[in-house]
Structures are given as C-alpha cells and as structure tokens.
Design a binder for this molecule. Structure first.
Ligand code: AMP
Length: 284
C-alpha cells in the first residue's frame, strides 16, 4: 500500500471531510489511539481497513485522562513512525488534533458514565473514565464513524464506551478486538517501553497468573475468592493495584461464576502501571 496518508488537525475540517465521505455513500471505520503504536493498535487498524471504506485513526495524548501525578509528559510520542505504521496497516487518514483545539482555556463539558466506570481502574485512577468518555465523544463527533474499534486489553474502557454509545444513542457499532501479546504472553502496551530488563521479566507474572486462572476456570473452578487468591499468589513479585473477577458487561463483582466474566488485573512494575485481563464464559 503506497498511498499518502492524509493528516487533519481540526475538528471542523475533520467533520467536513467525514460528511463528504458519508454524502458519497462511504462508511467510516475509526481507531482512536494515543500513538506510540504497536501490534495491538495495528490489529485494530487492519480490522478498520478491511471493515470500512474510509479507515481513520486518531493520535492524541489526551490530557484529561491523566492525573497531575501521572505520566502525561513522559508518555511516548513517536508521531512520524506512527504515521508510517498506520499507512502500512491500511489507514488513509490520521486525525491528530491539538490539545488547545480540543480543550480551549474555558472548556467546561464532560461525559460521565456511571456504574461500569466504577471499581477496577477507577479505584486508583478516579479521573480516568471521565477523561476517556469525554475525549471519545469529541473524537466521534468529529470523525462521525459508522464503526469504532477498541482493544479488549482495556476491557473496562470498552465496557464504558459500549454503555455510553448505547445510553446516548450514538448509533456507532463498537467492535472489541482481542488482546495482542508478545510471544511470551505479555500484553502489548505503549507503556511496556518504561520497563527495565528485570521489570520486563517480572511483568510476565500478570499474563502467567491470568492464564493459570483460566485453566482452573476451564477445569470447573467457579469461586471468585479462590480464583483471585490464586492470581494474587502468582503476582507476588509485583505491586498489585487490583485483581477483580467481574461480570463481563456490567463490571460488577461476582462471587460465583454463572455467566461471562472478566478477570482483570493491574499492577505497578517498576516505572510502569500495567493492566491485563482474560474473559471466560462457562458452558451452560
Ligand atoms: P491507547 O493508544 O493505549 O489509548 O490504545 C488505543 C487502542 O488500542 C485502545 O482501544 C486499546 O484497547 C487498544 N490496544 C492497546 N493495546 C492493545 C493490545 N495489546 N491488543 C489489542 N488492542 C490494544
């Protein structure tokens, strides 16, 4: 694929372009990202490229989803490389708005999604989902997608976006794509580049503990307390933020597995806060 990639920086121009495509009967597939792209992002982009006429991605490190103490300034920014990777994945347009364009000094409007936003990542990042829901709404309003692609790696984020799209009648199909992993199991993440060599080895305990739990669930274990205790033992070498077994759609804690569940973990490993999860559906 050798076509040039188009870059748009303002919401007005983005929306005018999107309206023109829709007027010509074309569908828009959209992948929101914060850049520092890896194979996880690429899998979403390839799905958008094969599933829509106009595959669009955004690159925007969104300040409203970072607390002042978090890594907004340190977050990796690799724009030129991201453009090349996006183009190779079949994306034809990058929407890369500026922070001042997105959030003028008197910016005042936020989107809050209740229930599914509670627990898990909200426990240590209470600001996070309000920032995500707000920026995704703004990106949707500019890009006007028919379909939008998100990764299961950020499963609670996916649940929040699905609920928001349903509750606010946004009429966008949300497609959740599987987590892409390194060959040894570590979930790909832009933050993996914060890991030292020793931390990179320790980080493996997240996926390993989740896969072991998955085996136990496949073997018939249904008790949340026992499953969580097993994962906790498997993650002894990192600083655990949370381990939770929740309903896969509502994110409510479950005691006993009766339907589809999400087993999600977050931990601090050296300089990086990492998250990972698996989903499990018991046989009827
Ligand atoms: P981010 O740039 O971290 O905001 O992520 C942008 C999108 O890529 C989100 O929908 C993420 O869930 C998704 N994503 C991030 N890492 C992975 C991964 N390892 N596998 C699949 N999707 C991912």
């Amino acid at each position: 694929m050798n076509q040039e990639i188009k870059i748009i920086r303002s919401a007005g121009e983005m929306r005018a372009w999107a309206l023109a495509q829709k007027g010509a009967g074309k569908t828009i597939g959209f992948v929101p990202t914060m850049g520092a792209l890896h194979e996880g992002h690429i899998s979403l982009m390839q799905a958008a490229a094969s599933g829509s006429d106009c595959p669009v991605a955004s690159i925007f490190v969104n300040p409203t989803q970072f607390a002042p103490t978090e890594d907004f300034d340190a977050y990796p920014r690799t724009f030129e490389r991201d453009l090349e990777m996006s183009r190779e994945a079949g994306i034809t347009l990058i929407y890369a708005p500026t922070a001042s364009g997105m959030y003028p000094a008197d910016y005042s409007t936020y989107v809050t999604v209740e229930q599914v936003s509670e627990g898990l990542c909200s426990l240590t990042r209470p600001h996070f989902f309000r920032g995500v829901a707000t920026v995704v709404t703004k990106l949707f309003n500019a890009v006007l997608p028919d379909k939008a692609y998100f990764g299961q790696k950020d499963a609670q984020q996916c649940a929040v976006i699905k609920r928001m799209v349903r509750d606010l009648d946004m009429g966008i199909e949300i497609i959740e794509m599987p987590t892409v992993r390194e060959p040894d199991g570590l979930a790909m993440s832009s933050r993996n580049r914060y890991l030292s060599e020793a931390d990179r080895v320790r980080a493996l305990c997240l996926s390993r503990a989740l896969f072991e739990a998955e085996e136990r669930m496949r073997g018939g274990e249904r008790c949340a307390a026992r499953i969580v205790a097993g994962v906790c033992a498997g993650m002894a070498e990192v600083e655990i933020d949370y381990i939770a077994l929740v309903d896969a759609e509502t994110m409510a804690l479950v005691d006993e597995i009766e339907g589809p569940v999400l087993l999600a973990v977050a931990a601090k490993v050296g300089a990086a806060r990492l998250i990972d999860n698996i989903k499990f559906t018991p046989n009827p």
